[in-house]
Design a protein around this ligand. Sequence first.
Ligand code: AMP
Length: 413
Amino acid sequence: MFTRVRGTQDILPQDSFSWQEVEEGARRIFSLYGYQEIRTPILEKASLFNHSLGETTEIVQKQMFEIKHSKDHLVLRPEGTVPVVRAFLENNLNKTKDAGKFYYIGPMFRAERPQKGRLRQFHHIGAEAIGSISPYLDIEIISLSDRLLKEFGVKDYEIVLNSLGCSKDKAGFAEELRSRLKGRLAKLCPDCQKRYKRNVFRILDCKNAACKKIISSLSLTCDYLCSECRSHFESVTRGLESIGISCQLLPSLVRGLDYYTRTVFEIRHNRLGSQDALGAGGRYDNLVSRFAGGDTPAIGFAFGVERLLLARDHHCVPCARCLIYVIPLGQKAEEKCIQLLHSLRSNQIAADMDYSGRSLKAKMRQANEANAGFCVIIGENELAKGVVTLKNMACGEQEEVKQEELIEKIKNL
Ligand code: AMP
């Protein structure tokens, strides 16, 4: 038997309702905040990510699913920000408007070692706001993330926040980290020893207990920020406070990708275990200019849908009480039922029919499994009288309804 690829999931009908609920909720909130949907291809050129994520990042080094086809070197997109920026520039959206606010929902691919909450194909719900340096945009993006979580029914999450500062500040922070870690290099895990030279910030994300202990003993602060970045960050924290969004300042918060500058944030949930990040984001003020020159600051975030579903409090069952289940008894009734089914659906009434030819009891069981609100039963008796039997599945009551009056009757139920 064929099985699915490790680290991928089938989303089965019993789960797809929750997915639809989250996706539809997200679309509603995004439009409330003025964000428009953008859909970029799943296939992109490998060079796009090599150029933008940073050569020493985990994703570029070992997590991209690569496809070499003829002369093309392609990848399955590992994240959404870079493709959105590419599409923004390639389609000249930067020429037609000053700023762009986009959202996307779709699969991402990373060649990871699969574990709970860590998949090779997972899904992002993300947003990118391109074109402004204003701290009020940072506030909007973080409050949008918060609003989405409320919409999804996620509770007890924590928003952690930091500022990495501008490129100069970041370089200073990296230098300071190296000098403070120098004496303890031998105590870091082998991976972090390599990270020390290549990308020292990655040490701050390490899950190894010894490395974590060393990091917490550093008592990091935001002292490396220049005055402009400091005042930007103060505006962000003050603004968030003024609209009642509480955040935890965490100077050791850096994000895994090179393109981040200034505000970075992560949303954590303790139900998720070691993979506790529900979503994350931040400013990337230099990414657009890395592709096209010019000064185009931006900020964005992405949630992992699989983790959102794990953290949600309620798992709604699809309410199919409006479904009408049509049950024919006998061949002649089947023909009538086909017409009835067609006219129900043409009148925007959700309806299904039993095609099995089994007993009435089996068909009723099927209707129950389909969670139908009502059954419409037609046998020889009903055919002769020009009626249907309409059965309320919740209370079991039934009544005869003239065939030509059925649609109106159902619409008024
Ligand atoms: P990132 O793009 O790494 O900042 O991730 C943003 C969010 O995507 C994370 O907070 C997770 O919720 C989700 N995510 C990232 N990688 C994975 C993965 N391998 N499996 C499942 N979800 C993921």
